[in-house]
Ligand binder design. Sequence first.
Ligand code: MF3
Ligand code: CO
Length: 250
Amino acid sequence: MILKTPEELAVMDRANAVVRQTLHLVAGAAKPGVSTKELDELAEEHIRSAGGRPAFKGYRGYPATLCTSVNDVIVHGIPSPTHRLREGDILGVDCGVVLDGFVGDSAVTVPIGEVPEEAKRLMRVTKECLELAVDVVRPGRRLTDVGAVIQGHAEAAGYSVVRELVGHGIGRAMHEDPQVYNFGPGGRGPELRPGLVLAIEPMINAGKPGVSFDDDGWTARTEDGKLSAHFEYSVAVTENGPWVLGVDGR
Ligand code: MF3
Ligand code: CO
């Protein structure tokens, strides 16, 4: 596990601030009739104008700046000029930015127009899973405590946790050790230490946990066709507790 210096964390905070601005911009533009490709272009333009570059584009051949994941798509939906958003959809937007050599990675799920109550509840509970997980990111806590709180909260609400995809350490590379599971017993794995940065990204399904992958090799959807939601923060461990990069300031 690579620990970052305070100076490096400051750079990662700036990279994540660009990610969060981009997510805000995209969320504001995500309306019925807009294509996911249009959102991708908006995102890339903003990232480049902020002096960064998209982290996902070219990563293992991934073709876009954003992942845009609609309804039963869990994560890694590829933006498309022919996929137009519709009233009542939920849209996961995942964005990565490289700035001054460090990667920022964060995601939100947002409603398109008015969405059913059940969709709102899924988004709310998934965001709560992330917030509870953030609170674990303190010196002395153990790595698997993150997944334990996520699973506990999701399942108490009647939802299920995706098993095939996980969070990750992050720094100069988008994916560093350790893997961050969203499920499993707590109290195991390494102790969290100041300077460690984790991208925590619960993926919560309204129905069963099973995943199926499209022929494009990326798009991950629920096997049962029910809704899924995804939120992600890059979070640094500090002496004083969690620092949600690009969000908390300092
Ligand atoms: N947040 C995701 C991850 O950390 C996004 C990666 S999309 C990819 O894995 F295309 F870049 F792989
Ligand atoms: Co990630």
